[in-house]
Write a protein that binds this ligand. Structure first.
Ligand code: PAZ
Length: 316
């Protein structure tokens, strides 16, 4: 086994404690959808951590809120895909992504009448919540959405490999949409202290090692017939397309979605072996896209009338 190889990474890093539970969920999901010949997409989302202690207090993180992955999962569901949403614990999730923080509480009214306490949704809140809630409930009722969560980079790789091996049975009906921001560097297990690093011991010297490239075994061995889309994030525009193209040439998958950190929600370039297709949204379109996810009144206006329903959701 070559030093620094993906095989060595899996040999050294044990599976996470909840791995078998998640593997069973993935297996049941893939087999059920496979039986009906459904299209399945694996969406990865959010950033991975690199623990600096085994009992982890400190870690190195990769930037990603999970916006792209959560929004994309919704679009895949809309287009008839069964979706495995593999995401960083506590990052944004499909349907609830626009209601994080205080936003949900701001939509609610609390009333006390005698011994009874009722919570109602304010009219504006109904407009915001109803479309997302309806689509969320429909996806779950159809069994079309499975969530599995990771935190550390090794957890991500264990789940990724398991999902790929199970998706291999779906052949070309499987799509991989790898939007997670995965660390390129890590601290090997034998260099990670067990307990919290102490400042009394002086400034720590931390040497990061290269994470093996998992796209190679993924494309060639784990899920060879799937349509694989990877993502490339850069901060230097000059590197963006050359690196995206180099990845395509090296791993021979189908597409790299290239984006810059600062403009990632307005502009992407879809890089395929024979084309670069740039998609640029105006500020208004970005804003409208966000509104569309929550306020699509064209489809929900007739069933949700905030003037008449007093904040309740008359959806049968
Ligand atoms: O999660 P988010 O919406 O904040 O950002 C999305 C993204 C930039 C993480 C994604 O589009 C991406 O490029 N992922 C791959 C990152 C990488 O090259 O490691």
């Amino acid at each position: 086994m070559a030093s620094g190889s993906w095989e060595e990474f899996f040999a050294v890093h044990l599976p996470p404690t909840d791995f078998e539970d998640n593997r069973s969920l993935l297996k049941e999901f893939c087999e059920r959808h496979d039986q009906y010949g459904n299209k399945i997409v694996l969406v990865t989302s959010g950033g991975t951590t690199v623990p600096l202690e085994h009992n982890t207090v400190r870690f190195v993180d990769n930037f990603s809120a999970g916006t792209r992955g959560a929004a994309s999962a919704e679009y895949f569901l809309e287009h008839g895909y069964a979706v495995i949403f593999m995401h960083r614990q506590k990052s944004l999730e499909p349907f609830t992504r626009n209601f994080n923080g205080q936003k949900l509480f701001d939509m609610l009214d609390l009333q006390h009448r005698g011994p009874n306490t009722t919570i109602t949704v304010k009219p504006d809140g109904v407009f915001a919540l109803a479309p997302a809630l309806q689509r969320y409930q429909a996806a779950h009722a159809a069994g079309a959405l499975l969530h599995v969560a990771f935190t550390a980079v090794s957890e991500y790789f264990w789940l990724l490999r398991a999902a790929c091996e199970l998706l291999a049975r779906s052949g070309p009906r499987a799509l991989l949409y790898l939007a997670a921001a995965v660390s390129d560097f890590y601290v090997p297990k034998d260099r990670v202290p067990t307990h919290k690093m102490q400042s009394a011991s002086g400034p720590p010297v931390i040497q990061l090692h290269l994470v093996p490239k998992m796209l190679a075994p993924l494309v060639n061995l784990w899920v060879p017939e799937a349509y694989v889309v990877s993502f490339k994030l850069e901060t230097d525009e000059n590197l963006l397309i050359p690196k995206a193209r180099a990845a395509l040439e090296k791993y021979k998958h189908k597409m790299v979605v290239a984006n810059m950190l600062q403009t990632r929600h307005q502009r992407v370039i879809l890089v395929t072996p024979d084309s670069n297709q740039e998609i640029v949204l105006s500020r208004e379109e970005v804003h409208a896209g966000k509104r569309a996810a929550t306020y699509s009144l064209d489809r929900y206006g007739e069933i949700v009338d905030p003037d008449n329903c007093g904040g309740m959701l008359p959806i049968s």
